[in-house]
Design a protein around this ligand. Structure first.
Ligand code: GTP
Ligand code: MG
Length: 207
């Protein structure tokens, strides 16, 4: 799991503005402020590749990062998506984003892995369940959809309530996702979960 090079490619705002696909891409989805951009930076060992902010709604485009562009074998796109469910974004704008996301999940055939980030302190919220339905509708195979609990440094790992895991599992099944969907426990500050996420990445890169 060596990132030798990362280049920003483009910020897409619609299906027509997506960059031409390369063999594999991996997307980070979830509610606003859950820690998507932070996790992209952590996985790439960069401090400020993707913009991070304490204010929700920071990422406004589908931001494409090309990892290892010079190496056919290990290159792929990492896509940092805008957050869903930010109340201060007007409703029609939110709905337009959801439609774009729906089409993206459905038709972007080079998309081989979706990391769905959920705050480990709260578990799946209404917006997460909506995402689960979109993801289920896009027909993911085993290993192509992974749930990631974020900000686990903010809570005692022991205190991660079994209830939160159970609720997330039932949300997954209620919304049509596979019962064997992996759940990774992570923190961008302590780098918890990094190896596990890279294992999931690696397995879609070689297959
Ligand atoms: P949007 O682009 O608005 O959708 O947000 P995002 O999901 O990209 O979240 P971002 O990475 O910008 O992080 C949001 C806030 O959470 C920032 O203040 C981060 O510093 C903080 N944060 C992210 N990950 C962690 C983490 O693992 N631990 C802690 N303690 N804070 C984190
Ligand atoms: Mg972001």
């Amino acid at each position: 799991a060596a990132v030798r090079q990362v280049d920003f490619v483009t910020g897409a705002v619609s299906m027509d503005t997506l960059p031409p696909p390369i063999t594999t891409e991996v997307a980070f989805v979830g509610r606003s402020n859950v820690g998507k951009s932070s996790l992209v930076n952590m996985l790439c060992n960069r401090k400020a590749l993707a913009y991070v902010s304490g204010t929700p709604g920071k990422t406004q485009q589908f931001n494409y990062f090309h990892v290892n562009a010079k190496d056919q074998e290990s290159q792929f796109y990492m896509v940092d998506l805008p957050g869903v469910g930010y109340a201060r974004v007007p409703r029609p704008v939110q709905e337009a984003w959801i439609r774009f996301m729906e089409q993206y999940l459905q038709y972007r055939t080079s998309l081989r892995l979706i990391f769905h980030l959920i705050d480990g302190r709260h578990g799946a919220m209404t917006d997460d369940e909506q995402l689960m339905r979109l993801i289920a509708a896009s027909g993911r195979q085993k290993g192509e959809y992974v749930v990631v609990f974020t900000k686990m440094d903010k809570m005692d790992k022991q205190k991660l309530k079994q209830a939160v895991i159970n609720e997330t599992r039932s949300a997954l099944s209620r919304n049509g996702c596979r019962s064997d969907t992996p759940i990774v426990i992570s923190s961008s500050s302590t780098r918890l979960g990094r190896d596990e996420m890279w294992r999931h990445l690696q397995s879609v890169l070689v297959s």
